[in-house]
Design a protein around this ligand. Structure first.
Ligand code: DC
Length: 215
């Protein structure tokens, strides 16, 4: 049983996926963290994340335990991630990693939930349930600003907005695996929903899909 959750940055998909995974006892993979780890590893090696051979080398030896969670969640990692995510050969290496996780979940788990940009379209096109989580740009900017301020960072809202627009454009316009809902994805717009309301709706949708599959 695979649940695919896709959507743009700060749409709320990560929180939602994590909560669904805990509730359903599913294994969870945040695939954005793979791209973030590759981006950071490339930077730490003194290389340019946009240079394909260097980024591919980092992807081939990727290990999520190489970095602390706060390092992976940093803006530096997010910007580097969106650059390496643009490169087809990096995506090919990470595709294998993600498919292997989807087909071999850790023991004791009843299924897998993966979130990212192309889970429903490319990584797991036959997923049982696909959700595309989205929200208006300004709502996503407000969420990101709050998240950064809560971490004690000094934030210039216009800069966050500009970064998010650049990242959205990179995600949507790339030739390989662009950010787009799968034809059979359910669109969950969280612009006017808090985390609890989004979770309640998503849980109902996933339960219905699981029931459908078991019949
Ligand atoms: O969701 P996030 O902000 O952690 O993702 C970081 C970057 O990785 C973002 O620019 C999109 C990219 N990404 C991707 O291209 N495909 C995925 N499946 C997951 C993330």
């Amino acid at each position: 049983m695979i649940v695919a959750i896709d959507g743009p940055a700060a749409s709320g998909k990560g929180t939602l996926a994590q909560r669904l995974a805990n509730t359903l006892n599913f294994a969870y993979l945040d695939t954005g963290s793979l791209y973030r780890a590759v981006g950071l590893a490339t930077l730490r090696a003194g290389d340019d994340p946009s240079h394909e051979p260097h980024a591919v080398k980092a992807a081939q030896s990727i290990d999520l335990n190489m970095f602390y969670p706060h390092e992976l969640r940093s803006e530096e990692a997010g910007i580097a991630a969106s650059k390496v995510a643009f490169l087809p050969k990096v995506r090919a290496v990470l595709l294998e990693f993600q498919r292997s996780f989807a087909t071999n979940p850790p023991p004791g788990k009843s299924g897998v939930i993966m979130d990212g940009r192309d889970i429903g379209t490319v990584v797991c096109p036959s997923a049982t349930a696909k959700i595309f989580v989205t929200a208006d740009l300004q709502v996503r900017v407000d969420r990101r600003v709050k998240e950064l301020r809560d971490k004690g960072e000094t934030v210039i809202e216009n800069r966050v907005r500009a970064d998010m627009e650049i990242r959205d454009a990179r995600d949507k316009d790339r030739s390989v695996s662009p950010l787009t809902p799968a034809n059979d994805a359910w669109i969950l717009d969280t612009s006017n929903l808090d985390a609890d309301a989004a979770f309640a709706q998503a849980r109902e949708f996933v339960s219905a899909k699981m029931l459908e599959k078991s019949l």
